[in-house]
Design a protein around this ligand. Structure first.
Ligand code: GLU
Length: 436
């Protein structure tokens, strides 16, 4: 028998497994760097900070389905519950060909931070399937969704972990998820997912909520910066549920949306794009490509467009050390999760460009998800005006608190949001104590 030196044993208990390593590039490494930056501000709670550096639970599932041509295909699915100290797990499910476990881990961690930042009684979770849903028929998509839901059924539930839409998932997919879970449980379970269709316990305002939140938080930030939205020029990357709706609301407030980029290309019109017409074009053609009379820009030129407000609302790691110097905007409002790398964050900070981080800027979606969950439990549904008013109140209050913390510590809004959120998470962690 070999005796282990207690000192080395203690050390190895703290050494992170390689997949959790901060040195690895990618979203999880970025998240860990963000946690490092906040740790000096956590006071005595920093003794619990390791909790934030590991997901509580990560499930990988095989999702086999029969394709329409009679053959079988296997897809890899994930559900990661990063932290549940403050309540059940909460966060979306994304269907994308590039999804990885490490990405879903980071997205789940950002949900913990986001939910705590706006003080929702939720932990953080996220799910995904490594698939390009555009290659599937509707029947294949339904079978994929149902089998995935059944596989993760052991960890989700209205009081355990509540999925919602994210990239390439929508209300119909939530309906299939809810139905599959309810059929397996043998009871109705409206609150197992949010972002459902209205006819199935969905909430008014949920579809628009993330974009509305981006607009609301952007508006608050602009007030602090002395920027008049009605005079502002806006550029948006991503024109789906987040970017499209945010662009619509900015345009309604009088802003000039000068550039939009999506997977089809970049359209530019210095006098202002007709946003309702562009939304219609995208609904009909699948992307901004071919929208007239806008100019077409090479994709890399998007970052250097003359604008006041830049809204990345697509995927992670879009603003990097390679393009952060080109940005002309006064503020970046992160509609996407994780669009800015830490190096780019520093460059923008040094250049005096305000970054309103994802974990507050796009918290509108999960806030209305929370309203949906509450409405499902009470079987009493609120009016859209009521929902929007509550959403705006929650986001404004959260943003004001974060601004104060940023001011007091002279840190970026991202670090301030992490200070507020991580303090809440670790307070809950400490009060609950370690079991056993
Ligand atoms: N997927 C959205 C997000 O990243 C919403 C999550 C939810 O509503 O649970 O915040």
């Amino acid at each position: 028998m070999t005796l282990t030196n207690p000192a080395s044993q203690a050390k190895s208990a703290h050494a992170l497994p390689s997949y959790l390593n901060a040195d690895q590039l990618g979203p999880w490494g970025i998240y860990l760097q963000q946690v490092e930056r906040v740790t000096p501000y956590l006071g005595s709670l920093s003794r619990w900070v390791e909790t934030l550096k590991r997901p509580k639970r990560a499930l990988i599932v095989d999702v086999p389905i029969e394709l329409d041509n009679g053959t079988m295909a296997h897809f890899e699915g994930y559900r990661v519950q990063h932290n549940m100290s403050r309540g059940p797990g909460k966060g979306g499910v994304r269907f994308h060909q590039d999804v990885t476990l490490s990405e879903v881990m980071a997205l789940s961690a950002w949900m913990s931070v986001k939910n705590a930042a706006v003080n929702l009684p939720f932990g953080g979770a996220k799910g995904g399937i490594r698939v390009d849903p555009k290659t599937l028929s509707r029947g294949e998509l339904e079978r994929l969704t149902r089998r995935y839901t059944s596989e993760i059924g052991i960890v989700i539930g209205p009081n355990k972990d509540i999925p919602a839409p994210d990239v390439n998932t929508n209300a119909q997919i939530m309906a299939w998820m809810m139905d599959t879970y309810a059929m397996n449980e043998g009871s109705s379970a409206l609150g197992v997912v949010t972002g459902k269709p209205l006819a199935l316990g969905g909430s008014l305002g949920r579809n628009e909520a993330t974009g509305r939140g981006v607009f609301t938080v952007g508006h608050e930030a602009a007030l602090h910066m002395g920027l008049d939205i009605s005079q502002a020029k806006v550029a948006v990357q991503g024109f789906g549920n987040v970017g499209g709706i945010a662009a619509k609301l900015f345009a309604q407030a009088g802003a000039t949306v000068v550039a939009v980029q999506d997977h089809g290309g970049t359209v530019y019109q210095p006098s202002g794009l007709d946003v309702p017409a562009l939304l219609k074009h995208v609904a009909e053609h699948g992307s901004v490509k071919g929208f007239e009379p806008a100019e077409v820009l090479p994709d890399a030129a998007f970052w250097g467009v003359d604008c006041d407000i830049l809204i990345p609302a697509a995927l992670e790691q879009q603003i990097t050390a390679a393009n952060a110097h080109q940005i002309k905007a006064r503020m970046v409002i992160e509609g996407a999760n994780g669009p800015t790398t830490p190096e780019a964050d520093d460059i923008l900070h040094e250049r005096g460009i305000l970054v309103v981080p994802d974990v507050i800027a796009n918290a509108g979606g999960v806030t209305v998800s929370y309203f949906e969950w509450v409405q499902d439990f009470s079987s009493f549904f609120w009016s859209e005006d009521d929902i929007n008013a509550r959403l705006v109140r929650i986001l404004r209050e959260a943003f004001a608190g974060i601004w104060q913390v940023a001011d007091a510590h002279q840190v970026s809004l991202r670090t301030a949001t992490f200070i507020v959120a991580c303090t809440r998470i670790l307070q809950a962690r400490e009060l609950r104590g370690l079991y056993p």
